[in-house]
Design a protein around this ligand. Structure first.
Ligand SMILES: N[C@@H](CCC(=O)N[C@@H](CS)C(=O)NCC(=O)O)C(=O)O
Length: 242
């Protein structure tokens, strides 16, 4: 298998999934991890586009099959290597609905909040006011939904980590970077600590990142991410001629 990824929230999901499968005792085939340089536009090459017409990481290549969309990749790996990360029976639909909730809500909303907060330095602040308020409020609403869901639960779907936690966690752990203040939501604060404490999660977060910067980026890395994010968020780069 090959994983085409980068050190971003959607990339971390699959890195963490692979490491948690190993923690669960699965004997994975060899996985070649290919780091995609998004700021250099490697996601737009013909080779990348043939594997993922949507031109975004992550992509999993398994033999002749290429899979796009992090949520679909989590489900694919969960089905190919059955463990409690994607349970069978009734509980499966709990896990799938919270995984879809992430893909349809948390990813796009936190992603947009992040873009307007960090990646658009050249856009007139007045133009950013409305999207910042809209995505900021919606991110806080989604966080409140998650906080409620975690009441009395260690993980999103009960006592065990599942692909729902793996999908949601990378966006919530980055709350300082996207400036979505979750400090008054104790269930989320504790859940972030609980998930982060897992060795598999730590190894997944470390793909392509120096160990000392897993939790706290250096100023240079912050600047580099802000710069590469700015190029991705630039309206001039949006194409409709695909
Ligand atoms: N819904 C997609 C989102 C993937 C996505 O937005 N990936 C970002 C990195 S986190 C990317 O590749 N951006 C490059 C670009 O937009 O050009 C998923 O969950 O896989």
């Amino acid at each position: 298998m090959q994983l085409w990824t980068a050190a971003t929230p959607n990339g971390w999901k699959v890195n963490i999934m692979l490491e948690e499968l190993i923690e669960a005792g699965v004997c994975l085939p060899e996985v070649e991890v290919r780091s995609i340089n998004l700021s250099k536009g490697e996601q737009f090459t013909d080779e990348f586009t043939a594997a993922n017409p949507n031109q975004k990481i992550p992509v999993l290549i398994d033999g002749e099959r290429a899979i796009m969309e992090s949520g679909a990749i989590l489900q694919y790996l969960g089905e190919k290597f059955p463990t409690s990360l994607l349970p069978t029976g009734e509980r499966r639909y709990d896990v799938l609905q919270w995984t879809w909730w992430q893909a349809a809500n948390v990813g796009p909303v936190f992603g947009n909040k992040l873009s307007y907060t960090r990646y658009m330095p050249d856009v007139d602040p007045l133009q950013k006011e409305h999207p910042l308020e809209r995505f900021g409020k919606e991110a806080l609403r989604l966080a409140a939904v998650l906080n409620k869901r975690l009441e009395g639960r260690n993980y999103v779907c009960g006592d065990n980590l599942t692909i729902a936690d793996i999908a949601i966690y990378p966006w919530l752990r980055g709350w300082k970077w996207s400036k979505v203040d979750i400090t008054n939501l104790p269930n989320i604060v504790n859940w972030i600590k609980r998930v982060r404490a897992r060795p598999g999660v730590e190894r997944g977060l470390a793909y392509g990142v120096p160990k000392g910067e897993i939790d706290q980026w250096s100023e240079a890395r912050k600047a580099q991410y802000a710069k590469s994010g700015a190029s991705i968020a630039d309206n001039n780069k949006l194409r409709t001629d695909l």
